[in-house]
Design a protein around this ligand. Structure first.
Ligand code: SF4
Length: 337
């Protein structure tokens, strides 16, 4: 189990949201009793805790067994030998863990954790679209509910979307629900000389759609030599001006390998916090925006879900939806290999 000193070492360089908000050693001391209870329950129930890169750093650096982006965490969920998976992120990610682990108990400590992308399209919408576009392969971003995945052919994440859409042996693709990511895919394929008919649903991530290309111009003017990293949920006008485009885990690896020492990130605040902690010798300027859904996770809720989960914390899926959604997610693993 992490000690207060070790936790403070990880958190002391992180400024979340407001530059004057900083973790103190006393704050870490106060978190320890809750962390200890969670660790005891994990052992007792043979549970693992998966934590997304955007979740609050005191969770990320204390009770997480695995951290990462949605692709990495879905792989971990698939490989896990635990009886219980606690998924600290948002609802669609916990559902994805259940799709991959129907025999395991999957607990969502943040059951109201929506997502503007996942909540923007329903299974009935996809059924209607399939009637309109019968020859298209339906590709869904992982930020979708299990019911939507069950209506689609192949699932993708931000780390493999470009490569998988290029590989699919059909020139007609319907990509949903992220319109901006879809426009980025179209541009990327055009540059590679790949011509596909790609239809898009009009959904967006409310965090990433806010970023504007002018802020990149401003940063380049003010910080010479800065490297600009953006998430593919940003608009093409932002992506076009970036030095690197990738998922949160890809950005982490990129910073680790980059020779530059100052970075500007256009993504949710959680990643800036992780990078500030992991690379204290580097500088991270960032347009830091919080995702209200990811940030509604707490250590107290993780403890409570392990102690006494109520029905809305336990992910249950209709077996037919589970099996069809599993086929869709497995197609992603097949195309990734
Ligand atoms: S950051 Fe955007 S895509 Fe990610 S969970 Fe929040 S709303 Fe959804």
């Amino acid at each position: 189990m992490v000690t207060a000193e070790q936790l403070y070492e990880k958190l002391k360089n992180i400024r979340t949201g407001n530059p004057v908000c900083q973790f103190t050693r006393e704050h870490c001391d106060r978190l320890l009793p809750t962390i200890k209870k969670i660790e005891d329950l994990k052992r007792e129930k043979n549970a693992v805790i998966l934590v997304h890169n955007y979740v609050a750093p005191e969770i990320f650096y204390s009770v997480a067994d695995y951290t990462g982006d949605s692709y990495g965490l879905s792989k971990k969920a698939k490989e896990s030998h635990a009886d219980v998976i606690v998924f600290s992120a948002v609802r669609f990610m916990a559902e994805t863990a259940k799709i991959l682990n129907p025999e395991k108990t999957v607990l969502d400590p943040n059951p109201n954790g929506g997502c503007s992308l996942a909540d923007g399209i329903t299974a009935a919408d996809v059924t209607r679209l399939r009637e309109k576009f019968p020859d298209h392969t339906f590709v869904c971003y992982i930020n979708t509910t299990a019911a939507v995945k069950a209506q689609c052919d192949v699932c993708v994440t931000s780390s493999n979307v470009y490569a998988i859409i290029e590989k699919i042996p059909n020139d007609k693709i319907y990509f949903l629900p992220d319109r901006l990511m879809g426009e980025n895919v179209i541009n990327h394929l055009k540059v590679r000389g790949v011509n596909k008919d790609i239809q898009l649903w009009d959904g967006t991530c409310y965090v990433h759609e806010e970023y504007q290309p002018e802020s990149i111009d401003q940063v380049r003017k003010n910080f010479a030599g800065v490297e600009i990293l953006v998430h593919p949920e940003c608009s093409p006008s932002v992506v076009d001006k970036a030095d690197y485009v990738g998922s949160t885990s890809q950005m982490l690896s990129h910073v680790r390998e980059s020779r530059r020492d100052s970075f500007f990130l256009l993504t949710e605040c959680g990643l800036s916090g992780v990078l500030q902690s992991e690379f204290p010798e580097k500088t991270f300027a960032g347009s830091c925006t919080l995702c209200k859904y990811m940030k509604s996770n707490s250590l107290e809720d993780i403890l409570s879900v392990l102690e006494n989960p109520s029905p809305h914390h336990v992910i249950t899926l209709n077996p037919e939806i589970q099996s069809r959604a599993l086929h869709c997610v497995n197609q992603m693993f097949n195309y990734s290999n």
